[in-house]
Design a protein around this ligand. Structure first.
Ligand code: ZN
Length: 84
């Protein structure tokens, strides 16, 4: 998430524009979830929603049981793989 979108979400969440809509609510939640990422290169968060109900959340990082990028260095960065 870019900085502008993050700031926009903060303004909305502080009530400047009233109650946040569902999309803003879920996007802000995805931003929060992204903070759990241990990758040193990128932080991504996701929220899986159906009928305005959260089914799951997730963030990028190493598979369960493996060392994190923050411990071993990011393999994407080591291999010089471009973003995207
Ligand atoms: Zn990484």
């Amino acid at each position: 998430m870019n900085v502008f979108l993050g700031m926009w979400i903060v303004l909305l969440s502080r009530g400047i524009m009233g109650r946040v809509d569902w999309d803003t609510y879920f996007m802000e939640m995805a931003y929060l979830v992204s903070k759990r990422s241990t990758c040193i290169r990128r932080h991504h968060g996701s929220v899986l929603v159906r009928d305005n109900r959260i089914l799951a959340t997730g963030y990028n990082g190493s598979a369960s049981g493996y060392k994190h990028c923050s411990e071993t260095g990011c393999i994407l960065e080591k291999l010089n793989i471009p973003s995207g």
